[in-house]
Design a protein around this ligand. Sequence first.
Ligand SMILES: [Zn+2]
Length: 234
Amino acid sequence: MHPDLEALLILQEKDQAVTATDEALAALAPELATLDAAQATAESALATAQAAIQAAIDRRDALEGKIANYRTMQEQRRQRLEWVRGAKEASTLMAELDLARSVLAKEEAEFMRSGDAVAEAERKAAEAEKGLAEVRARQAPQREALAGKRETIVAQREQAFAERERATANVGASLLARYERIRRGKAPLALYPLHGDACGHCFTAVPTQRRALIQRGASIEGCEACGVLLYAGE
Ligand SMILES: [Zn+2]
């Protein structure tokens, strides 16, 4: 085999080790996303429950204001009743007083219920808060384990990358540039073994003459179709 190709193959091996750590890191993402989603659900349930408390308080306050208003109006009717002369006017006022009294009674009952609704909303929010705390507690060891795995892989990646950098020292500058250019392309790897009489990546036939050069290790040949560098496999 061409000596430069041997150095390149070693480099490719190191690059594959780096890629493996990248894939291992990416594989952790779904697990983390699942944890984040569960936590977000619990957080949003708490936010909804807290908003419901405010809505219940607002409704209770509105009823309180309405009732105070009704009471003032009733008081004004009673005062007018004391001064009124005509019997017809008096009976109209009496009827109004009666009607308003029953409306007020309904509103007061509604006000009591609105107070219960506030208490209920507060109970639900406390429950949601407890739910969120439980999710966090349950996730803590899982997140810790994930962080530990991540740390290990990051360290492995650093080591693999350092080895890959060292391996580049044994490759000529122009060949290294060619290798890097191929790596940025579509093929997963830059070097492929011959597959019979064809390119090991795209399986396009390699002319006999070039195949002979590759097998003898006389020169470094690229596939005419996909551009990867070819070497004679075992
Ligand atoms: Zn090819």
